[in-house]
Design a protein around this ligand. Sequence first.
Ligand SMILES: CCCCCCCCCCCCCC(=O)SCCNC(=O)CCNC(=O)[C@H](O)C(C)(C)COP(=O)(O)OP(=O)(O)OC[C@H]1O[C@@H](n2cnc3c(N)ncnc32)[C@H](O)[C@@H]1OP(=O)(O)O
Length: 193
Amino acid sequence: MSRPTSLTPPPDVKAPDPHPSAPPPGTELGEHYDGCFGCGEEQENGLRLRTRVGEGVSVDTEFVVGPGHQGAPGLAHGGLLTCAFDEALGMLGFLLHTPAVTARLETDFRRPVPVGSTLYIHAWCAGVDGRKIYAKAVGRLDALDGPVAVEASALFLSVGFEHFVEHGRPEEVRRAMENPDVLKAARAFEVNP
Ligand SMILES: CCCCCCCCCCCCCC(=O)SCCNC(=O)CCNC(=O)[C@H](O)C(C)(C)COP(=O)(O)OP(=O)(O)OC[C@H]1O[C@@H](n2cnc3c(N)ncnc32)[C@H](O)[C@@H]1OP(=O)(O)O
């Protein structure tokens, strides 16, 4: 089946406000699940990214590129850079108060990202149209106003928590639901849409 390719919201769609219960700017959003490759503390080989809430529906994520993230010698692997962007963009759902999954993600690599550098990723929501969440992100090298190295555009789709329960391997889903923080987040989304 052919899919629309546009990652731009329809012209009448405006950037949304954060949900009233969204944490204020400056708040560090913890890991959403300890086994997550992007942010989980228990994921041995993961990126362990940390994300802070920005103004409006936006977040800031830092990716410190280490020797374990190489593609070419001394340079970050493009797939891992895309992963860091997916993680940052995925966190926007928490400010909109809806669990959401990536449907489409396009990454533009503008400059090589060397090992030892920090990528400052700023991600924001450009619009919400029904279940569709249009999001953008830019990653700058070594400073908040550093040169642009990577840009991304994405379409996320809001899903219910049943998406994860139905599709995830039962062992991990069960273990995640035993974590009071995950359970609390799931309940908050369910009772306070
Ligand atoms: C228990 C622990 C919980 C922890 C929670 C943590 C959450 C955070 C995790 C964060 C981790 C980081 C993030 C991650 O890594 S998320 C992991 C990577 N993503 C996935 O695994 C998602 C896999 N895909 C799906 O599950 C389904 O395809 C989804 C749910 C996305 C849509 O299937 P669904 O049956 O629901 O919807 P639909 O097919 O009727 O489509 C609806 C509309 O959308 C349009 N459309 C669809 N696809 C595309 C596309 N590719 N391009 C353009 N448009 C697309 C479509 O045309 C239609 O438009 P319209 O005709 O209405 O105009």
